[in-house]
Write a protein that binds this ligand. Structure first.
Ligand SMILES: *Cc1c(COP(=O)(O)O)cnc(C)c1O
Length: 428
């Protein structure tokens, strides 16, 4: 089957990148569990190493199972190319490493996964990269956070953990004006609910560990290149625009055009930093990706039922789920994620910190753990776990104050999820 722009999302989820194996005819994508690949001859080897030919050398840089996953996610997001990594955090590090130098800055909105807040505030410091924080609901704060050293703006489409929906087009206009790329972490929405490139994103980042893999069994990450950004602008992204010493003076943006960012992440970042995905994990995530729309729709339908039930519960003081009419992000949800508001959201317990600890200790169907996007329903009390490293003020501004409970609703029967939450709230 020849694929072009016409196949629908579900057809792409099954077929994009996954032609039958040319050697064996295997229909499912094989796990190419090999570290290295034999060269045709010396000239072929030289062409591969000099980037004059595409092909496999060593699994740290490319691998055929990994390549199928990259092609599939690029197609689902509407990007020109993609690069898989060992985890979502590795994808973030690799993307920034490709565009930043020591002393550079970027703007991130505060409504982010707690791990990203830590990564940006702490580990990025050793690279001498500085994050300037802004508020996703306040476009002026984003504009004001930009300085002459700003190299990118980073946000999530649906933000973890608050179920916040971000005004991607608003932020993209600011990024365009500043001449910097907009990077969108699309982990919670997945391309089934939102395709950030259609709203102005230049790069899309994923933790494949979550809904795309979808079964809570393997770590993975992805950088999708929209092919839209001019990396040669004013020499501000020298790894892309200037002659590259390790490739005979080749200029990567000039040579590779609208796939240059994905190529640079691979041939510089992945080559030197080494956070490649294992072929086995790529295989498991590919299997998950085939059923993405079926699972996401069920995740969203179940989440809405649980959210509606919680919104009238006597122990619940507030709920942040953009799928509920009246939620402050409902209008943005209908614009950016019309098929559903995702399956991750937070609510507040009137009993505060202690009631949160009690609830997570008494659930049976739900699992108390720090993950999301599993087939199983998951519960966590961020202030005692994922956001514990942050100060109380940082917790509150990240939507993870002491009374907050986060749910990632799975694809079980919704009545059983609700019954479990009900008994756990009653349990003494
Ligand atoms: C989990 C997550 C990450 C980090 O991904 P890992 O695969 O755990 O490294 C980044 N962003 C969001 C929104 C996430 O949920």
């Amino acid at each position: 089957m020849a694929l072009d722009d016409t196949p629908g999302f579900d057809t792409l989820a099954i077929h994009a990148g996954s032609a039958p194996d040319p050697t064996t005819g295997a229909r499912a994508t094989p796990i190419y569990q090999t570290t290295s690949f034999v060269f045709d001859d010396v000239d072929h080897a030289a062409a591969l190493f000099g980037l004059q030919a595409f092909g496999n050398i060593y699994t740290r840089i490319t691998n055929p199972t990994q390549a199928v996953l990259e092609e599939k996610v690029a197609a689902l997001e509407g990007g020109t190319a993609a690069l898989a990594t060992s985890s979502g955090h590795a994808a973030q590090l690799l993307a920034f490493h490709t565009m930043m130098d020591a002393g550079d800055e970027f703007v991130a909105v505060r409504q982010l996964y707690g791990g990203s807040i830590n990564q940006f505030n702490h580990s990025f410091k050793s690279f001498d990269w500085k994050v300037n924080w802004a508020d996703a609901d306040d476009m002026d704060s984003i504009e004001k956070a930009i300085t002459a050293k700003t190299k990118a703006i980073f946000c999530e489409s649906i933000a973890n953990p608050g179920g916040v929906v971000t005004d991607l087009e608003g932020i993209s206009k600011i990024a365009r004006r500043a001449g910097v790329p907009l990077i969108v972490d699309n982990t919670l929405a997945t391309p089934y609910l939102c395709r950030p490139i259609e709203h102005g994103a230049d790069l899309v980042i994923h933790s494949l560990t979550k809904f795309i893999g979808g079964h809570g069994n393997s770590m993975g990450g992805m950088i999708v290149d929209a092919g839209t950004f001019n990396w040669s602008r004013e020499g501000r992204y020298p790894k892309l625009s200037e002659p590259c010493e390790s490739y005979n003076g080749m200029r990567l943006h000039e040579t590779f055009g609208n796939i240059a960012f994905a190529i640079a992440c691979r041939v510089l970042g992945l080559r030197d930093l080494g956070m490649c995905i294992s072929p086995f994990n790529a295989f498991l995530i590919l299997t998950g990706a085939e059923t993405l729309s079926l699972r996401m729709q069920r995740h969203c339908d179940n989440a809405k039922k649980v959210a509606e039930w919680l919104s009238t519960h006597k122990n619940v003081s507030w709920i942040s789920y953009a799928g509920l009419p009246g939620d402050r992000h409902h209008t943005l949800q209908q614009k950016y994620c019309p098929n559903g508001a995702g399956a991750v959201f937070t609510f507040g317990l009137k009993g505060g910190y202690d009631a949160g600890v009690k609830l997570v200790s008494n659930v049976n169907v739900l699992s108390h753990l720090a993950n999301l996007g599993d087939t199983r329903s998951l519960i966590v009390h961020p202030s005692s776990t994922t956001h514990k490293q942050l100060s109380e003020q940082q917790q509150i501004s990240a939507g993870a104050g002491p009374d907050v409970v986060r749910l990632s609703i799975g694809i079980e029967d919704p009545k059983d999820i609700i019954a479990d939450l009900e008994q756990a709230m009653k349990a003494g």
